[in-house]
Design a protein around this ligand. Structure first.
Ligand code: HEM
Length: 347
């Protein structure tokens, strides 16, 4: 059958790897949007949102009124607290306290429809990405004997997607604990790296690597320095989050006054990353690498530095935090891909 030739199977598998990668990036970008708009608590529960699969659009839906029906698990806001219906209810003239149990995971009880729907979009992207990764893993079974590493890595991604979903829930329950946000981001990057690697393995038979010791060394150096910078960035973000909690998000000019080590390290270390990337770019030109990856990495790094400088010295203009995060993750993907393109010749 035409459909089941190894070539066709491989093509279809690679399509699903690509789809998964794009959707995982959508989740990361939607996550950046959540951060930019402060929508992290848009849904106070997980995986449902105020107890609904499709979240409310109006506070009216979350308000107790006589003669209204509520299904078990649905949430209302009363006396600035969340209450969960303990069974299916048709409310009478009087509010019956025993019909409701207090929501105890946290005490954040604000409904903002825009925040709710942005957070919901983030979860929807997550669900779609989860489905795509699962389909990819199922398809990988068909060539499991010939390419066991691809199958193992595909199922590892399924596991990590599940883990990431669970971690997302703990982020909400902890009311956006900064350390949990950082772990969430690092796992997202791990998933990106595995998907890029699977894509590379699935197309490795066709591609010839660029053999240049110096290029490979510079790619390693840039990736290593980039990773250090990324981790330093997450530490700085934790610091910024704590300061924002202290001053409120209307006083962004106060956040980086006398900022301490995490800021100065992150700021100055950019120079090392930029230099490594510049030499990588120069080498790629010298040997006529044939792809634009090194140039893209350099351009992304310059943009990253520009958004960083804007945050630090122009008091966090709108969108710069999200852009800084989004560029960092795209940059990481390009760097990892570039590293895989370099190496010993395989004929
Ligand atoms: C050039 C390479 C750079 C890389 C790869 C990088 C990467 C990152 C990353 C990954 C984060 C964490 C984002 C998050 O978790 O939301 C971050 C945060 C941050 N970076 Fe950078 N950064 C770079 C340069 C700079 C520069 C030059 C500055 C300023 C002078 C800067 C200022 C900041 C600030 C203020 C934060 C905290 C952002 C927030 O609270 O959302 N960065 N960076």
């Amino acid at each position: 059958m035409k459909d089941s030739t190894p070539d066709n199977r491989n093509r279809r598998f690679r399509l699903w790897v690509k789809t998964s990668l794009i959707l995982v990036y959508c989740v990361i970008l939607a996550g950046a949007l959540v951060r930019m708009t402060g929508s992290g608590m848009g849904c106070p529960d997980w995986p449902k949102c105020f107890g609904y699969y499709i979240p409310p659009t109006d506070v009216e839906q979350l308000t107790w009124r006589p003669g209204k029906t509520f299904e078990e698990g649905q949430v209302i806001i009363k006396d600035q607290a969340l209450w969960v219906a303990s069974r299916d209810i048709k409310s009478t003239q009087q509010y019956v306290a025993s019909d409701w149990r207090a929501y105890t995971r946290h005490d954040y009880a604000i409904f903002n429809p825009v925040h709710t729907w942005i957070e919901y979009l983030n979860r929807l992207c997550g669900a779609l990405a989860g489905i795509a990764v699962f389909v990819m893993a199922v398809l990988s079974l068909r060539d499991a004997r010939r390419k066991p590493s691809i199958t193992v890595l595909s199922w590892l991604s399924v596991f990590l997607m599940g883990f990431q979903a669970w971690l997302g829930a703990t982020v909400v329950y902890s009311v956006l604990n900064p350390v949990k946000i950082t772990t969430h981001m690092i796992v997202a990057l791990l998933i990106v790296a595995i998907l890029i690697y699977i894509r590379h393995l699935a197309s490795a038979e066709k591609k010839q690597k660029i053999t240049d010791g110096k290029l490979k060394w510079l790619a390693w150096l840039t990736l290593t320095l980039g990773m250090i910078q990324l981790v330093a960035g997450t530490q700085l973000r934790q610091y910024v989050d704590e300061r924002v909690r202290l001053f409120g998000d209307h006083e962004m000019d106060q956040v980086l006054i006398d900022p301490g080590f995490s800021f100065y390290f992150h700021r100055s270390f950019s120079i090392a990353v930029l230099l490594a990337s510049f030499f990588l770019y120069r080498r790629s030109r010298q040997i006529n690498m044939g792809t634009n990856s090194a140039r893209t990495v350099l351009v992304l790094l310059v943009l990253e530095a520009a958004t960083g400088i804007a945050m630090a010295y122009l008091d966090f203009p709108f969108g710069t935090q999200a852009a800084h995060l989004a560029i960092a993750t795209i940059l990481f993907g390009y760097l990892f891909q570039l590293l895989l393109q370099t190496g010993k010749r395989q004929l």
